[in-house]
Design a protein around this ligand. Structure first.
Ligand code: SAJ
Length: 431
């Protein structure tokens, strides 16, 4: 069978996943579940050891799923040379921002060096890490062909953005996947490969198109979150309940998608992805005003939230300084245990800087992780008398909102949690 044909036939081919984190591990497990043997590689020997022992560090992959994958064709290794056994390599490595909010492609370039080391005739190389348009063409094609292989003859290169949605029901195989090759042939090969992995593939004419599509998806979110955060501040000035306004606007059956104000924007997608586009735009002397404005509004929200806490205390003649404040929820979004880039933590840091005594209740993140941030953890059943104010920062489903509002004199609800739960309390102040 010709090298290229294997991806088109129903024949089995071997996948190689580089990076077994919140994107790579679900992808590897999904491939095995669909009958494809996989070489799962990670540079972290500890990560490989944990996985090999059946412990999944990823919330969206249960230990049982991992055990099944290992029993049915997932080979775990920290040795990059073992990737030479794969027919297709999927790069699922971090793409953070550097200290000056510029793209940090060090993980992608390291993975590209691994590709260069193991690439062989017939291989498909697909980058999944979020990055600016042009990265796949500029970094992955040279890595795949520098050893003499010819693009579209010996090797195929594409970009397919990850669409992992932490904590959601929908799993990797069920989420439609955009796929763009660096050429028509590479798009065809990548499309055929991904059709064995996910239910629905959406091919586009270039890797750049696919890179840009991913950035549009999340820039759309960041800009609309920035809009509603600004609207929330305006509504407060006009003594209007923004949460009722959003619910009312949501009654429109078309042309409106609700976004919700909050203490800021966290996680490792929405605050970061638009900056990849802004950075690439600056290279083209193009001003991305919407991205920049949304960034300004969203990054100010922790300070605005802290000011609202101060105002609520002030209404009771209380200072921030020396006052006991209960932060409720430090995860970056509801019902996940991930507190990376969490705006909640930024709010509490600002209040701490103004002299408040902070304690944190987050039944999902847990006490150990809370303490690792230097905050006093409050266990789910622990008494919460003595706090002057509770700030609902992340609205986990399992929060006991009634106990909080029945015990703590003031509650600033930055997430509309009480309204959504249908709990009306005079001492609950909405953002
Ligand atoms: N947020 C708001 N208001 C909103 C929505 C979100 O303040 O209306 C905040 C959240 O509290 C959080 C941050 O923004 O701190 C990001 O929230 P998110 O719901 O976008 O969650 P993420 O960061 O996990 O985004 C992922 C993205 N998935 C991928 O990039 C593959 C995003 O495209 C998904 O739409 C999102 O999950 C999702 O829908 O949950």
């Amino acid at each position: 069978m010709s090298d290229r044909a294997r991806f088109f036939a129903e024949a089995t081919w071997t996948g190689g996943v580089i990076g077994l984190g919140y994107v790579g591990l679900p992808l590897a497990v999904t491939m095995v579940a669909r009958g494809l043997p996989v070489v799962g590689f990670d540079v972290s020997e500890q990560r490989i050891a944990d996985l090999a022992s059946g412990r999944s560090p990823i919330e969206d992959v249960a230990d049982a799923e991992l055990a099944d994958a290992i029993a049915n064709g997932l080979r775990l290794t920290a040795d990059p040379d073992e990737l030479a056994a794969a027919d297709a390599l999927f790069l699922c490595v971090p793409s953070p921002l550097g200290r000056h909010r510029e793209p940090d492609l060090s993980f992608i370039t390291a993975a590209a060096a691994t590709v260069e080391r193991v690439v062989r005739p017939g291989m498909l190389i697909s980058l999944e890490s979020t990055t600016y348009p042009g990265t796949t063409d500029d970094i992955l094609v040279p890595a795949a062909t520098r050893g003499g292989l010819v693009l579209d003859q010996d090797v195929y290169v594409a970009f397919s953005p990850e669409r992992v949605n932490p904590g959601a029901e929908m799993k990797t195989g069920q989420i439609p996947k955009v796929v763009g090759g660096v050429s028509d042939i590479s798009t065809l090969v990548a499309r055929a490969a991904y059709e064995r992995v996910v239910d629905s593939v959406y091919p586009v004419r270039s890797a750049k198109t696919a890179e840009m599509a991913k950035l549009l998806e999340n820039t759309y979110r960041a800009v609309n979150i920035g809009l509603i955060n600004e609207m929330a501040q305006l509504a407060h000035e006009l003594d209007i309940d923004i949460w009722e306004v959003i619910d009312a606007a949501s009654s429109k059956p078309f042309g409106f998608q609700p976004f919700f104000p909050g203490p800021g924007v966290g996680g490792h997608c929405i605050p970061l992805d638009p900056q990849f586009l802004a950075w690439r735009a600056r290279e083209a002397n193009f001003a991305t005003r919407f991205i920049d404005l949304a960034e300004q509004v969203n990054t100010r929200m922790p300070f605005y939230t802290a000011d609202r806490v101060a105002a609520a205390l002030n209404d009771f003649g209380l200072p921030v300084f020396g006052t006991a404040i209960l932060g409720v929820g430090i995860a970056y979004k509801p019902d996940v245990g991930d507190d990376r880039e969490s705006a909640s933590i930024e709010v509490l840091r600002v209040l701490e800087g103004r002299g408040a005594q902070i304690a944190v209740l987050d039944p999902v993140v847990g006490s150990e992780r809370i303490a690792s941030h230097g905050f006093r953890p409050v266990a789910p059943g622990e008494q919460i008398e003595g706090f002057a104010i509770a700030v609902i920062l992340t609205d986990h489903a399992r929060l006991d909102l009634e106990r909080i509002s029945d015990t703590v004199p003031i509650v600033l609800d930055t997430r509309g949690a009480y309204r959504r739960a249908g709990i009306a309390r005079d001492n609950v102040v909405p953002l």
